[in-house]
Write a protein that binds this ligand. Structure first.
Ligand SMILES: [Zn+2]
Length: 301
């Protein structure tokens, strides 16, 4: 069993869902993020947040995958201050919904003053509602941005054990682990941070508090990055218990701090039944044969 704790499923297809389930992914976490172009109205955030706790959760269930999400104002769109202020007013309505396992992904993009302001405000929100925090670290000035994210979290009295610092690399991992945070790693295909490098990192640092994810979205990315990396780890001689920690157990431990994520959610999930509808809508198109599992089709663990 695998968990992909960072994947933007609204951008993925039903083929992806089928392949993920086949590969052993039982649960996914979808962080609220930007959509590739800036939103211009607060209503567009509202509908997006509703999709994350509504339709997408249902859609995943139709393919045998449990869907959770994180809620937050992403750092890119924090720079539109009037809009960001409205999103901050909206967020409290969503952070307590079923399946919301963290505030995120929040943090820095260009490390502007506005990003800093809304990052801090959302750290305070996380404390108020007792949720872990998922930090998006910038792709430019990665090291500086990552250290700053942690400095500011500590300034706000946050407990590192409640924070997942994501998109790490060799340059940031030591500091993040030494300071007591969870360290997320995103496996992007055809880039520097591929599965091979992930294997080396786990060899060097061990499996404690390391979490592997795909961050698959509308860009070139791979929704099977977690199981593929696990396979490579096994091939390269990493012990099975370590593989399970970085591709399943650690994510569960970190995000279950929310009280919203339990192993039974997938171990005791109802069988797949694609005849189900949500708001009158189904994943089926005319004439398609629904997949309906009997209890005996479930894999026992
Ligand atoms: Zn993301």
């Amino acid at each position: 069993m695998y968990i992909d704790p960072h994947i933007h499923l609204v951008s993925r297809t039903t083929d992806d869902y089928e392949a993920m389930q086949k590969a052993g992914i039982v649960a996914t976490i979808e962080p609220a993020f930007w959509l590739g172009q800036p939103r211009t109205e607060v209503g567009s955030f509202k509908d997006y947040f509703s999709t994350l706790v509504g339709w997408e959760r249902f859609r995943a269930s139709q393919f045998g995958i449990v869907h959770y999400c994180t809620m937050g104002l992403n750092s890119k769109e924090a720079n539109n201050i009037p809009l960001a202020e409205q999103v901050m007013e909206l967020l409290p309505l969503y952070v307590g919904k079923e399946g919301v396992v963290a505030i995120g992904e929040i943090g820095y993009d260009d490390q502007t003053e506005a990003e800093d302001r809304f990052y801090r405000e959302q750290l305070e929100l996380a404390k108020e509602v007792d949720l872990p925090v998922l930090i998006h670290t910038p792709h430019r000035d990665k090291k500086k941005g990552t250290y700053r994210s942690m400095d500011v979290a500590e300034e706000h009295g946050m407990d590192p054990r409640w924070i997942i610092v994501d998109h790490n690399n060799e340059e940031t991992v030591k500091e993040v682990l030494d300071r007591g945070y969870w360290a997320g790693f995103t496996i992007y295909p055809h880039t520097k941070m591929g599965s091979e490098r992930m294997v080396e990192i786990v060899k060097q640092y061990g499996p404690e508090r390391i979490i592997v994810n795909s961050a698959a979205d509308w860009g070139i990315s791979d929704p099977l990055a977690v199981p593929k990396t696990a396979d490579l780890m096994r091939k390269m001689g990493i012990p099975e218990v370590h593989v399970q920690m970085v591709t399943y157990k650690n994510a569960l431990a970190a995000f279950s701090l929310s009280g919203q994520m339990h192993e039974d959610d997938w171990l005791k999930a109802p069988p797949i039944d694609q005849t189900k509808k949500m708001g009158g809508n189904s994943v089926l198109r005319g004439g398609q044969v629904p997949r309906v599992e009997g209890p005996s089709d479930r894999v026992e663990n």
